[in-house]
Design a protein around this ligand. Structure first.
Ligand SMILES: Nc1ncnc2c1ncn2[C@@H]1O[C@@H]2COP(=O)(O)O[C@H]2[C@H]1O
Ligand SMILES: [Fe+2]
Length: 281
């Protein structure tokens, strides 16, 4: 792995593969607590996250980076972020992150900085660029991209027009089909999508928040979400409902010609079963 800063804004990210394909993982919505035993709707989130990390470690195929797409903490405590950094320290690839609605961004930043996790938000590969944007609106479950975040997107599209583009955010910029969850969406998604439509190379958007696998193309842009490492939401459900699927993560391969291949991985069924009588949190 080769990471070096070339400008205040961009970090070079190398690919370990000779054919230049970059191998990434997405980990999202870990919802960790200060206490390892605390449960979110019946699942001890530290245990399920640790099981995901162990499954990732068992995969012999090296990875170039891990993207953590928010809601890393459920209780905003410094200790919860230390639980996250402790688990990430057992993985070889560099971790990059962005905040979700449940995160306390200053505490998160302080703890991840202290653990030596990079705060880089623009990763430049030979043929791809990855931009991590902050959609958090403090105290709200929905998201919004501030003008400064939209300006970053404008800037990388202007500077690297031929690089294929992967944008990572927490909130969904297209409806996932769960009415209760789509009310907590990215509010100015239209402004975001308009900017993406200007980019001439391949475009994909990776998000968390929805606790389910999602893979759709809208206006030529691929929208991908990963299961959470803890509880899963039931797809296409109008009202809050948990799903029976296991905690998981997403693997992505970025090809030099702009192709993107991806799949969701999950823990074995029944290892972590939530409380299905729950009606929210
Ligand atoms: N029953 C519910 N109805 C609407 N929103 C909810 C409900 N339960 C939880 N939420 C919110 O919806 C959010 C979706 O995922 P989050 O983990 O970001 O956090 C969740 C809560 O803020
Ligand atoms: Fe969220």
């Amino acid at each position: 792995m080769n990471t070096a800063t070339t400008s205040p804004d961009s970090t070079h990210l190398g690919s370990h593969r000779e054919d230049g394909v970059a191998e990434l993982l997405q980990i999202t919505d870990t919802h960790l607590f200060a206490d390892a035993g605390t449960e979110l709707l019946g699942i001890a989130t530290f245990d399920s996250c640790r099981a995901v990390v162990e499954a990732i470690r068992e995969d012999a195929e090296p990875k170039d980076a891990i993207l953590a797409t928010g809601d890393l903490s459920q209780d905003h405590s410094p200790e919860s972020y230390r639980r996250f950094t402790g688990l990430m320290a057992t993985l070889a690839p560099p971790v990059y992150w962005l905040p979700g609605n449940h995160d306390d961004a200053p505490v998160m930043q302080a703890e991840l900085d202290a653990a030596g996790i990079s705060n880089a938000k623009h990763l430049l590969l030979a043929h791809w660029q990855i931009l991590l944007l902050d959609t958090q609106v403090r105290g709200k479950a929905h998201g919004e991209l501030a003008e400064a975040q939209l300006a970053l997107l404008d800037e990388v599209i202007r500077r690297y027009p031929r690089h294929h583009l992967l944008v990572a955010v927490h909130h969904q910029a297209v409806p996932v089909g769960c009415a209760w969850l789509d009310q907590h969406n990215l509010r100015n998604a239209e402004a975001f999508r308009q900017r993406l439509s200007r980019h001439q190379a391949s475009r994909a958007v990776l998000f968390g928040h929805v606790h389910q696998g999602f893979d759709e193309v809208h206006d030529g842009v691929r929208y991908l979400a990963s299961p959470s490492t803890c509880i899963q939401f039931k797809p296409l459900s109008d009202d809050f409902a948990l799903d029976t699927t296991a905690p998981g993560w997403r693997a992505l391969s970025l090809y030099p010609d702009g192709r993107l291949s991806t799949r969701v991985w999950r823990l074995p069924p029944d290892a972590f079963v939530p409380d299905f009588s729950a009606t929210g949190y």
